[in-house]
Structure formats: C-alpha cells, structure tokens
Design a protein around this ligand. Structure first.
Ligand SMILES: [Zn+2]
Length: 194
C-alpha cells in the first residue's frame, strides 16, 4: 500500500470516526477497511485533476477523403462526482464535431471526456468544458455535446427523485447558429435513452 498523503490521512481519520460512530461494532467485518477504501476511491474519482484532457486529443490524422460532414459519437459513458455533494453523476454523453482538414482518432473523444468527468463537476459546467477543451486543443470551431445523467444527490437525498434525468448541452459554431446542423444533432439522439 502506498503511503497516504496529508489530505488522505485526514480523510481516513474522519471516515474512521464516521464509521465508528455510525456503525460501531455491528458490521466490523465489512467496515474495517472502509475508511481506506473510501480514500482510495476518492482518489480515483478525482484522478481527472492529475491528467491533461487536451493531451488525449493531440493525435489526429490528415483527412485525405475531404470529410467535412458531422462526426457523431453516441453513448459515451459519464461517471462523475457532483461538486456540491460529492455524490455520483452517472450518464451518457453524445458528442459531435465537423472536421476541418484533419480527423481525430475516435477513441480520443471518450478519453478526453472521461478525464474531464473524473473531477468534481456540475453537469452544465462539464458540457462547456468539453466543447471548450475540444475547440482549444483541435482548432475545430463546430462541435456539440449533450449529456443525459442521473444525479445520486437527487436520488438518495433531498427530494429523492429516483426517475429524473438531467439533460444539458453545449453547442458551438454551426451547431449553435445553423438550425439544420442543430436539428441533425438532436434528431439523431431522439431514440436514445440513458
Ligand atoms: Zn449534488
């Protein structure tokens, strides 16, 4: 086991106190290692802060076929953490862009979205970070993302709305100003569900 850094030690202590006070000795077998597991899980949930999302987009290919139509990737998994409650946000993203001379390796798109997701997020901000990061890293001006997600902080606390999903989007360039491009993006995802 690698050594815990300061914040991890303090979190470990706090979780140990929480487990001792709430669970006591009732469920020791399952909760003995819980404080350490919790610290390690938090480290993984926030690993996106230690990675450069734009770096995942560096590799692109010269577009020899003159591709200038929309490239659309559906159902990119989103596993993030709500910045307000540190509770999971689980959903899917639909991303599209219009290439300019070069096309990206398709696997790079889920990869950079995953880096941005593994941070404390609110869904609206995650959308604008995805389009902002993509445009900055690639020079592309036309891109769009839509995220459909469950927020565990809404499902498990407060209003406890088990069935609600939250839908947010960020539209840039032609996706914002051209009605046909916008319609193409949204019409393709109408059949999609979480
Ligand atoms: Zn929340």
């Amino acid at each position: 086991m690698s050594e815990l850094v300061t914040w991890q030690s303090k979190m470990h202590e706090a979780m140990k106190l929480f487990v001792d006070q709430t669970v006591g000795l009732q469920d020791e077998v399952h909760t003995d290692e819980t404080p350490l597991r919790f610290v390690r899980a938090m480290e993984e949930y926030t690993s996106g802060y230690r990675e450069d999302a734009a770096a995942a987009l560096q590799k692109s290919f010269e577009d020899s076929c003159g591709q200038d139509e929309m490239v659309h990737i559906y159902n990119i998994p989103i596993a993030s953490m709500c910045a307000h409650h540190c509770a999971p946000i689980i959903g899917r993203a639909h991303f599209a862009y219009i290439p300019k001379n070069r096309v990206l390796g398709l696997s790079k798109i889920p990869r950079f979205i995953d880096v941005l997701s593994r941070r404390l997020q609110i869904q609206e901000k995650l959308c604008t970070e995805i389009t902002g990061c993509f445009m900055q890293a690639t020079g592309v001006t036309d891109c769009a993302v839509e995220i459909i997600a469950y927020h565990c902080c809404m499902m498990m606390r407060g209003v406890r709305t088990h069935a609600s999903t939250t839908v947010t989007s960020s539209l840039k360039g032609a996706f914002r100003i051209n009605q046909m491009t916008r319609n193409e993006f949204f019409s393709r995802r109408q059949e999609l569900t979480l």
